[in-house]
Design a protein around this ligand. Structure first.
Ligand code: NAP
Length: 256
């Protein structure tokens, strides 16, 4: 396991999978840059990491949909944090669950701007440094929604199919540059994801996890840790991870 001081930039670190990944990677000895829009959550996480592991992290509040903000944040990194070895493109969301003909166009734009364009802005800003150094790793949070399409998942599924395609495209374009690209495709993970999808409706947000044991953020974090701690000649291309009670987007075994 890599106990070195590689620098990892995690987007969407204020909650869910990103937060659990930050905690696990801090425990493992990585130097972390943590981003999301909510500054307070990042600061609380930073304090927790300092208290638990004695390591300080770089908090970079950021909206990944704002291209200029992303470019400025990358340019503004302190010198000893500027060499980012691993980028974890985790920031993302689903908004709404409607048939396409009834869909909210604002929801579509948020998902496209965050899940596709935000991932591209971050990646485009950090890849040149990795290519120059001849080493690096990009981990993209896709989804099983990027492997198959389910009813009313339309635009969210389209954005995650785009993430899947971009992960494959990056591996082709970066061939010979010493940069690894991993696509992580989870099924049901209990985080703030569902609360965001249903716009704060706590009753609706619980429904996807009814009568079954979903994954937790930590389960996905452990898969990310596995991918980034392989020897440099090994690239984990794609990991599909579901709860045992979930076969795919359609089939979920529920007890009630
Ligand atoms: P979550 O608990 O809602 O966390 C999402 C994170 O993304 C938050 O930290 C949020 O922080 C951040 N974020 C959202 N919009 C952002 C923006 N414009 N700029 C910067 N950060 C932004 O959800 P999660 O389940 O951990 O999701 C993480 C990733 O896993 C997403 O890409 C999601 O699509 C994917 N995924 C989730 C599931 C699942 O079932 N949960 C399944 C498959 C894939 P702020 O609000 O503070 O900005």
């Amino acid at each position: 396991m890599n106990k070195g001081k590689e620098t990892v930039w995690i987007t969407g670190a204020s909650a869910g999978i990103g937060m659990e990944t930050a905690l696990l990677l801090a425990e493992t000895g990585y130097q972390l840059i943590l981003s999301s829009r909510r500054k307070k959550q990042l600061e609380d996480l930073s304090e927790k990491i300092l208290r638990r592991y004695g390591t300080s992290v770089q908090v970079v509040p950021l909206d990944v949909t704002e291209r200029k903000e992303v470019e400025k944040a990358v340019r503004g990194l302190p010198e000893d944090w500027a060499q980012v070895d691993i980028l974890i493109n985790n920031a993302g969301l689903a908004a709404g669950l409607d048939h396409l003909q009834e869909g909210d166009i604002n929801d579509w734009e948020r998902m496209i701007d965050t899940n596709i364009k935000g991932l591209l802005y971050m990646t485009r800003s950090l890849l040149p440094g990795m290519a120059e150094r001849g080493r690096g790793h990009v981990v993209n949070l896709g989804s099983i929604a990027g492997k198959e399409v389910y009813e009313r998942g339309n635009v969210y599924c389209a954005t995650k199919h785009a993430v899947d395609a971009l992960s494959r495209a990056m591996r082709i374009d970066l061939l010979g540059r010493g940069i690894r690209v991993t696509n992580i495709a989870p099924g049901l993970v209990e985080t703030e994801f569902s609360l965001v999808r249903f716009k704060g409706d706590t009753r609706k947000a619980k429904d996807p996890y009814r009568g079954m044991t979903p994954l937790g953020g930590r389960d996905v974090a452990e898969a990310i840790l596995f991918a980034i701690t392989r020897p440099p000649h090994v690239c984990i291309n794609d990991l599909v991870i579901t709860p045992t009670a979930q076969a795919n987007s359609f089939y979920v075994k529920r007890n009630s």
